[in-house]
Design a binder for this molecule. Structure first.
Ligand SMILES: Cc1ncc(C[n+]2csc(CCOP(=O)(O)OP(=O)(O)O)c2C)c(N)n1
Ligand SMILES: [Mg+2]
Length: 517
């Protein structure tokens, strides 16, 4: 067996059995090995950012790594923005980066570059395979590294001759490390904070945004003075009717500061200490209010739901979680706006939907409109690098066949990785994409004022404007095999969304809406 076959067998038996791929010459033996190893599903992505984003979506929903196959340094570099988002999401992911044959590197051929340097920026683990006899052990180590709580990116650099040389054998999966339980003294300190009855916020993040963590947190919130908040951009938030609701910390620092105002104890459960997304002249970066004590109930790799349940058992042993009641907005009439589009989505959201949310400014009303919809998963833009949403939907749909996926996409962000639509069609994925076509980088128009940059001229305006020409998303989608329509009123949008959700396979609706503000 050659190195590539042993590698793929080892990845697949370790659970990394989908490979989102954009191959090149140095990966041809990897590609050929897919025929010999049917346990591995190769999925072609037409841009590396679409492959890494899909691997992120898969990992978030499957709880096990997908792999991404990338072509040397330039292929990895094209995939880095979504690897960055995956890193911030703590997604388990194995990136396989093909390289020149070991003996070819010294010739400095055109694609030669410093792969390790690029990989190091997003990976928690990087290894270069040296020999085909070792490649399977390297792959098993990569899967284990990716799965080590809370999850992260393992990058395996695969020279072409290691891939094509014989003498390899698959390796068995390594046992996964379990999340660490909360320490007694940490638990006592958090319990004392809750029992102080001083204003206390539990900031939830990571695994704390899933149902078991939310239910435990909801029990704790029955204690006097305790409020719950969620991190601004969760990797995966289970929400909807029957699940305890939690508001997320606002993106805008002034709103987040208002949410945290007066807090004396901030308990971190799977979340980092809150900071402003950007610096603004004269405004603070750290959002913890003055005089507030921070209690880290969990650190990276700790058992977040377990810690919350242990805290609930101490401070609220008899409390029951308080589930969100089912409630939906009425279908609106009239103009299509961010607000009326959100009401339509809230009214029609199907059971067990997965939402890939990159709606940006047009998404302001979505959390409220969908809070009481049937239970669903909400995947946010964890690392702030736009171009995540369409690929993330690819991976989520492949991880969860049978569940409807909604990609809620701002127009500017959609264009970064628009080729993901082709993979939606190629793999016949049940993804409904809604493009919020406000023909602008609306958030940057807002930020222009907020950072105090004096700009009102045509030159600056034109850099934040997506018209001249208008993007034709229905043409882009149909050109890649995705049936598409355009909506300009709320009832139009409702009818088109209803139809798209009723039919299997991918659809795209371009919702023409005005920019906010
Ligand atoms: C990879 C990357 N490049 C650039 C940016 C800067 N950026 C932030 S928002 C934005 C435009 C967003 O426009 P759109 O997606 O249409 O959303 P809208 O603001 O209109 O709601 C840009 C370019 C970024 N966040 N990430
Ligand atoms: Mg826009």
């Amino acid at each position: 067996m050659n190195g590539a076959q042993a590698l793929i067998r080892t990845l697949a038996s370790g659970g990394a059995d989908v490979c989102f791929s954009n191959p090149g010459t140095s990966e041809m033996h990897f590609v050929a090995a897919l025929d010999a190893v049917p346990q591995m599903r190769g999925v072609l992505c037409l841009y590396e950012g679409a492959a890494t984003g899909a691997a992120d979506g898969f990992g978030r929903m499957a709880g096990r790594p997908a792999s991404a196959l990338l072509h040397l340094g330039p292929g990895l570099a094209n995939g880095l923005a979504n690897l960055h988002n995956a890193r911030r999401a703590s997604t388990p992911l194995v990136a396989v980066v093909g390289d020149h044959a070991t003996y070819h590197k010294r010739y400095d051929a055109p694609l030669e570059s410093d792969i390790e340097a690029l990989a190091g920026s997003a990976s928690r683990w990087v290894r270069r395979c040296a020999r085909s006899a070792d490649v399977a052990a390297d792959a098993a180590d990569a899967v284990a590294a990716a799965m080590t709580p809370p999850g992260g990116i393992a990058t395996l650099i695969l020279p072409a001759d290691v891939s094509w040389s014989e003498g390899a054998q698959p390796a068995p999966p390594r046992p996964a490390r379990r999340p660490a339980p909360v320490r007694g003294d940490v638990l006592s300190a958090a319990a004392a904070a809750v029992r102080s009855e001083e204003p206390c916020v539990i900031l939830l993040g990571g695994a704390g945004m899933m149902r078991p963590g939310l239910e435990a947190a909801s029990r704790i919130a029955s204690a006097a003075g305790v409020r719950l908040l969620g991190e601004t951009f969760p990797a995966r938030h289970e929400r909807g009717a029957g699940i305890p609701a939690v508001d997320r910390l606002a993106y805008l620092a002034e709103f987040a500061m208002a949410q945290l105002d007066g807090t004396r104890h901030l308990i971190l459960a799977g979340a980092r200490e809150p900071v402003s997304f950007f610096a603004y002249p004269g405004k603070p970066s750290a959002l913890v209010p003055e005089g507030c004590r921070v209690h880290a109930l969990t650190g990276p790799g700790d058992d977040v739901p377990g810690a919350l349940a242990a805290l609930a058992d101490v401070v609220a042993p008899d409390a029951k979680p308080e589930p969100q009641q089912p409630v939906r907005p009425a279908l609106p009439g009239g103009d299509l706006t961010g607000e009326s589009a959100a009401a339509v989505i809230g009214a029609l959201l199907p059971e067990q939907a997965i939402i890939s949310d990159e709606a940006n400014t047009s998404g302001l009303w979505l959390p409220g409109a969908t809070a009481g919809a049937p239970p669903h998963d909400w995947l946010a833009l964890t690392g702030g690098a736009i171009g995540q949403g369409l690929p993330l939907a690819t991976g989520a749909a492949i991880a969860c066949p049978g569940r409807p996926v909604l990609a809620l996409e701002a127009d500017g962000s959609a264009m970064y990785t628009i080729s993901a639509l082709w993979t939606h069609a190629r793999e016949d994925l049940d993804i409904t994409t809604v493009i919020f076509s406000n023909r602008s980088y609306a958030i940057l128009r807002m930020e222009l004022d907020r950072v105090g940059a004096a700009a009102a001229g045509d030159a600056s305006r034109s850099l934040l404007d997506l018209s001249r020409p208008d993007l034709d998303f229905t043409a882009l989608a149909t050109g890649m095999g995705v049936p598409a329509s355009q909506a300009t009123t709320a009832p139009d949008f409702a009818a088109q969304l209803q139809q798209a959700l009723a039919e299997p396979g991918p659809h795209l609706i371009e919702a023409i809406i005005p920019p906010i503000g």
